[in-house]
Design a protein around this ligand. Structure first.
Ligand code: SF4
Ligand code: SF4
Length: 383
């Protein structure tokens, strides 16, 4: 976690040979894949498989990106496996559907890579240096790996502003336990601290970010717009990778991103120590990237803060013309504040809503939007 090198390599599309060459180049800048994988190393590849969405929707790590990393890891002598725990309730049929739609099943079939489930053999992992969470229940299979390679997708995120190297580790937490953690970690600050506790427990060896086509705009991480960012962002320090990612997205102050701020606060990220290799950062900043504004309540008096947060925070809104009444949002809501009417129509009772946006991430029909208050702009507290 303490190495601050971040490599930036351009790659304009998902043509396999070009991808493999570019990923190889990004790893060479970090010392080469053999620095991480030896002959016989057991390697786990962890893409972002949020939900059952097609590769061209850019919600999940692109299957050819995953295939290229599998090829590189195998050429280095690794014995490669793939796994992730998506959003919501996870069972075998849901996992199968997600692997099929996202293209992972086909890639794993072609490369004869075994997919493992993070929902089985659950054990408790202790992390004595955890700040907010010192025990995580996760699959015991994770202990079997010599090397974990995290493959985040660069996207905007309604709760943490961006999802990248730090947030990708949330997928190590099985199924609905992710939603349970949302109940405890209500604010994005606490949630970010918890994510860093997961990072420090799992300690991925390498992060290779699929920023070839990213997701921008207020709909992230599941229904934003695709944006050709043409990059591979690699490193070993999740905080350093995300700090640079925030700069590429156009944040002048990457510490507005709560996960970055939390990484600095606990001393695992020192921005001045970041060394960018490959492309020059200033040459790859996406000038018109549509970010999600951070919200600061610092200018609101203390006694009004809770009220203001509740009233002014962006909130999930169900688009009934698109809703299929499948009930996934009702199932996932960690505080059970989405109720079902007699005809199964979901209704959000906002008084208990903690604005975690799990419902939005889980909705298979993109029938949940985020509504931002016009008052935020009026009060100029959205930055
Ligand atoms: S309604 Fe949606 S945003 Fe609100 S708590 Fe439930 S899952 Fe989270
Ligand atoms: S998950 Fe989406 S489609 Fe399903 S009930 Fe909720 S809003 Fe409707």
């Amino acid at each position: 976690m303490m190495d601050h090198k971040v490599s930036l390599v351009k790659c304009g599309d998902y043509e396999f040979e070009r991808l493999k060459h570019s990923i190889d180049k990004s790893l060479s800048l970090l010392g080469g894949i053999k620095r991480y994988i030896r002959k016989g190393s057991k390697v786990l590849i962890k893409p972002n498989l949020l939900s059952a969405r097609k590769p061209e929707e850019n919600v999940t790590t692109h299957p050819l990106f995953v295939k290229a990393v599998i090829a590189i890891a195998r050429e280095a002598g690794g014995i490669v496996f793939l796994g992730d725990s998506p959003s919501g309730l996870v069972n075998d049929s849901k996992l199968k559907k997600i692997h099929g739609v996202t293209g992972m099943e086909e890639v794993c079939r072609q490369t004869q890579t075994r997919i493992i489930s993070f929902e089985e053999d659950l054990i408790s992992y202790e992390n004595k240096s955890g700040r907010v969470y010192r025990n995580f229940t996760m699959s015991g299979k994770l202990r079997d790996f010599d090397v974990i390679i995290s493959l985040p997708k660069m996207k905007t995120h309604n709760f943490t502003l961006l999802t990248g190297a730090i947030k990708n580790n949330y997928g190590f937490i099985p199924g609905l336990r992710k939603a349970e953690l949302h109940i405890i970690m209500k604010s994005s600050e606490l949630f970010s601290e918890m994510l860093l506790d997961v990072v420090q427990t799992i300690k991925p060896s390498l992060i290779i970010t699929d920023a070839v086509v990213s997701m921008e705009g207020a709909g992230g991480p599941d229904s934003g717009n695709s944006c050709n960012t043409g990059l591979i962002i690699s490193g070993t320090n999740a905080g350093a990778v995300d700090f640079i990612m925030a700069r590429i997205m156009g944040y002048n102050d990457p510490l507005k991103v709560p996960t970055n701020k939390a990484a600095v606060k606990r001393g695992v990220l020192t921005p001045e120590k970041i060394e960018v290799l490959g492309e020059r950062l200033e040459d790859v900043i996406v000038k018109d990237f549509k970010r999600i504004s951070s919200i600061s309540f610092d200018r609101i008096p203390g006694f009004l803060k809770d009220w203001a947060k509740h009233i002014l925070s962006p909130k999930p809104v169900i688009v009934y013309s698109t809703c299929t009444k499948c009930g996934s949002c009702v199932e996932i809501c960690p505080v059970k504040t989405i109720i079902r009417e007699e005809d199964n129509t979901p209704v959000i009772e906002y008084n208990k809503c903690i604005r975690c946006f799990c419902c939005k991430e889980t909705c298979p029909s993109s029938a949940i939007n985020i509504r931002r208050m016009w008052l935020l702009k009026l009060l100029r507290i959205g930055k």
